[in-house]
Every structure is written in C-alpha cells, then in structure tokens.
Design a protein around this ligand. Structure first.
Ligand SMILES: Cc1cc2nc3c(=O)[nH]c(=O)nc-3n(C[C@H](O)[C@H](O)[C@H](O)COP(=O)(O)O)c2cc1C
Length: 232
C-alpha cells in the first residue's frame, strides 16, 4: 500500500506541552484522508465492579489549552452511567496509515449545556432525530420496534419522515432542540502518551503526566506537564 507515513520521531528534547503535538497529529491524520473517521477514538470507562468497557466515539473538539477533548453521547447510555459512577476514563487514537498512536487518561465531566445546545444545532435532522429516537444502550425487542419508536418520536417532534425513517418529507421541518439526555463530555487530560512507529520496531514513545486540581463544575486548574521517554 502506498500510504502516507510520517516517520518523524519525537524530538530529542521532549516538547514541554504534549497537547499541541497531539493536536497537530489529529489534524495531520484528518489531512491524510486515508480513513472515513480519522477522529474516531476508543473510549474506555469502568463499571461498578471495576470492569472496563470500550467503544468508539468521535472526537468533536480538541482544546490543547487548558487541555481537554470533547465527545458527544447519550447521558443515559452505559458509558454515561459508568462515567457518573467513576469519572476516570481512557481514550485511544490509532492511525495505522501514519504509524501513530495517542493514549489518553483523564477525567470526564459533562460539557456546559450551552455548548451542547450549540453543537446539537449544527447537526443534520437525521442525527438530531437519532438523539431523540434511540434510548442508547437500552434493550429493544426488534429492529422493527426501533424504527416504530423513531417514527413515533418524529411525529411527537412534528417531523414528517418517510417510512424507512431516512428521508424528510417536509420542506420546512420544525426546529429540533437538544434532548436533555444527550450532550457532550469534556475529557480533561492528565496523562498522554505519543507513540510513533520506528524502524525495526524501535518505536518512539513518551508519556507526559500532570495533576488536575479541582476547579469549577466544568473543569480543572492544572499543574505543568512532566514528560518521560519510555522504551518501546
Ligand atoms: C466510528 C464510530 C463512531 C462512533 N461515534 C459515537 C459517538 O460519537 N457517540 C456515541 O454515543 N456513540 C458513537 N458510536 C457508537 C458507540 O461505539 C457505541 O456503540 C454506543 O455509544 C453505545 O455505547 P455504550 O452502550 O457503551 O454507552 C460510534 C461507533 C463507531 C464505530
């Protein structure tokens, strides 16, 4: 495969702030245009008995200063229930085509409602209806029952949709507001590892850590990063 690979190793003197490097890697992965969702990341939460669970979510914003990333989901989903019980989470990006991996650990806090409202308003009607129509992670009897539920909820919202649920029959559909059970999480980062594929499996990796000091409802104040190169 003739894919773009950027095998630049990390600098000999590690950058003081890894989040600007991570931000550049995320942007480069998108620019490489070699996968449909370069912003997809694995999100790991921990259940009540200490059992970890993982699933993909989409990164929607990476904020190097002061240092969190944002993803959106259903606040009644399994992942959100686990975050409510234990806010410590991990996230992982892997871009095979460019030989890079980013491992992240931190604390997830709900985004401010105003930010979730703003983002929800930018979504297309299908995604907006999806947020109302699916009780994410809850069981349902059949696919038919799910489609029926979505059609019923579309009707309640005043949306006229086609029988398959994937077409809009209305030229002037009503505005759909964000459901209270759907919104963003800010993952405040307290550890990050940048990993880059090296020749003959002599990969290059470094881990940075810092402390999150309790700040406000939505965030933290932070201590400076301490970076350490690790053996591959
Ligand atoms: C590429 C990809 C991107 C996804 N993005 C999201 C997302 O941004 N938010 C979300 O809630 N689920 C997303 N999902 C679905 C989740 O992986 C998962 O099935 C869902 O959130 C339910 O997880 P839970 O039951 O552990 O809460 C995505 C799945 C894939 C494969």
């Amino acid at each position: 495969m003739n894919e773009p690979r950027n095998l630049d190793l990390l600098p000999e003197i590690l950058p003081q702030d890894p989040l600007h490097w991570a931000d550049a890697w995320i942007k480069e992965a998108a620019a490489a245009q070699v996968q449909r969702n370069p912003n997809a990341m694995t999100l790991v939460t921990v259940g009540p008995e200490g059992n970890p669970s993982a699933r993909m979510v989409l990164l929607k914003e990476f904020v190097p200063d002061p240092g969190y990333l944002v993803f959106y989901t259903n606040y009644q989903s399994r992942k959100a229930a686990e975050i409510a019980a234990s806010s410590r989470v991990a996230a992982l990006f892997h871009w095979d085509a460019v030989g890079r991996q980013i491992r992240i650990e931190g604390v997830a806090l709900r985004s401010p409602d105003s930010e979730s409202d703003e983002y929800f308003a930018t979504r297309d009607w299908g995604s907006q209806l999806g947020a109302w129509g699916s009780d994410q992670s809850a069981p349902i009897d059949s696919r038919q029952a799910l489609l029926r539920q979505i059609r019923e909820r579309a009707r309640t919202l005043g949306l006229k949709i086609g029988p398959g649920g994937d077409s809009l029959l209305d030229e002037n559909p009503p505005q759909i507001n964000r459901p209270p059970h759907w919104g963003g999480f800010r993952l405040w980062i307290n550890a990050i590892e940048l990993w880059i594929e090296g020749p003959n499996r002599i990969h290059d990796r470094a881990l940075w850590k810092r402390n999150l000091l309790r700040g406000t409802e939505n965030g933290f104040s932070v201590t400076p990063w301490i970076g350490t190169r690790l053996q591959p």
